[in-house]
Write a protein that binds this ligand. Sequence first.
Ligand code: WTA
Length: 634
Amino acid sequence: MRIRTLPEYHAAYQQSVENPAAFWGACAEPFTWRKKWTSVLGGEFSPAGRSTWFEGARLNLTENCLDRHLATRGNKLALIFEPNDSKTRHQRFTYRELHQQVCQFANVLLNNGVEKGDRIIIYMPMIPQLAVAVLACARIGAVHSVVFAGFSATAIADRVQDAEATYVITADGLNRGAKQIPVKSVVDEALTTCPAVRRVVVVEHLGWPVLMQAGRDVWYHDEAKNAALTCPAEEMKAEDPLFILYTSGSTGKPKGVVHSQAGYMVWADFTFRNVFQVEENDVHWCTADIGWVTGHTYGLYGPLLAGSTSLLFEGVPTYPDAGRFWEVIDKHHVSIFYTAPTAIRSLMALPLDNVLSYSLSSLRILGSVGEPINEEAWHWYDQHIGKSRCPIVDTWWQTETGGIMISALAGITPSVPARAGLPLPGVQPVLLAQDGTEIAGNDQEGYLAIKASWPGIIRTTWGDHERARQTYFTPYPGYYFTGDGARRDADGLYRIIGRVDDVINVSGHRFGTAEIENAINQNEHVVESAVVGYPHDVKGQGIYAYVICRDGLPTSAADRTIFEASIIETVVAEIGKIAKPDKIQLVSGLPKTRSGKIMRRILRKIAEGETESLGDVTTLLDPAVVAEIVAGRK
Ligand code: WTA
């Protein structure tokens, strides 16, 4: 189903709400099914949080991403790979070539004993073999769980253990701008606490020497020699798990968001083609790493399901210089460009010359995702990248939603700066008051919740369904709770305000404040800590940590610096560089209620610099501590 006009949008929306079974049934028709469904929509949306879509159907996602296109698009480019170093030659894969590579990788996994349902952790650079490995898992029915290759060994180990993964796919190393990182050795460190892992398949990328543990580790290129280029696709049930993706919530431990086969497929395809208004010759570039959900749905599955060409980029926007994005767009004639506000803000802070050397004439549509895009960044993007002729889609969604939920359809539904816009067909957003009642009418603000199931909805949290139920479906019975606050403007367009729970969004990446506190508290010199977010010009939100030291406040500046560095080291080891606190304030105490609860509201205000409006602090356990914290504010 492809919506091309505003009246078509309204009609589709209405049908999707009034008769979701008919609407999504029609959307699902064109796919390759081994067996059709018996019911489009079933299960219990809320409060059980157990929706089912296309129950009874049998399929394989890679048959839909690859085999289905071979007859008509066999020689069309499926993937373009642009390496980290602009002097290294790019690579291109047609649908036929990608199909072969996926089959070969799938055979390597099968030859190494992988069985349907096994969990495979993938910790890799953004290279074609990452895409191939993910699809190879889907081909044979293994559950992939991609861990962004910036997470630490501890974070990998947590995920391997939680997913009870028995296989890991990795590479010798990765390039990130001017840096090289020995990825395999991070995996080795992680696996010292994961004895259940049977095999590690290592892809050679940098040509670095790595330690291969006999009996456990194998080189992909050795294994590939005996692997055929065809591989039958495993027949999967509609609700078999496809992947687990770990994401942070308001509790300390990241949870494994599970998506299943058929619903995710239909949702990824529908949202991709309609939001970006994809045409046959488009080259789509989603800059997100496949380690995040955006990379899953709009770097990989969405484009391949649509038979599109997707560009995969190994590098960073500022290497070798801040014109790299724009150079890549010109070089590969990118027509749809999808990135994050934090990237736009970091580039707009640099001289415009970096942009002006490129024509950007191939661009047709621009997208933004991951956090609210501020008006200034929106206008810069529009004017300097889109040359005021490319519609911008500001796409709101979450790991849990599988795909885009609220966004303009490019050039069709309204696109207003700082508004995500109207809901996609099938999405019924509501604003809730604190007591859970729906707020009617426009020009209103509230908690953003979704009133009915959609095909891409989270199915469970791995190994612990109760957690999914508690997090998303019980706060407001009858709804899926997003954790975001939103405003519906006078025209009914949604503006996302930000998280209303203890989650902070740093450069589009989610972290629980409790998760970072847990990490900081691993430092042997720390008694207690409290983490809050604060507005940050480039990252959207920065991480502000208040920390109580075991031996009292360090007296000299040198001691303070050493202590702060050691806290950062701890966080990097526990989670990864991406969760590094931006500011650390050493304190002698934290503002607590008499029952011992930390008053985060006060800490947030101090971090934001709003020290004039802290409210009544006299009821605190130790009111004096507030004055000390204000005085020592960073
Ligand atoms: C935020 C990323 C405003 C939001 C796809 C959400 C956004 C969280 C937008 C999910 C947007 C994402 N405007 N906020 N266009 N897109 N967010 O799971 O707070 O990494 O809850 O999924 O990012 O982050 P996640």
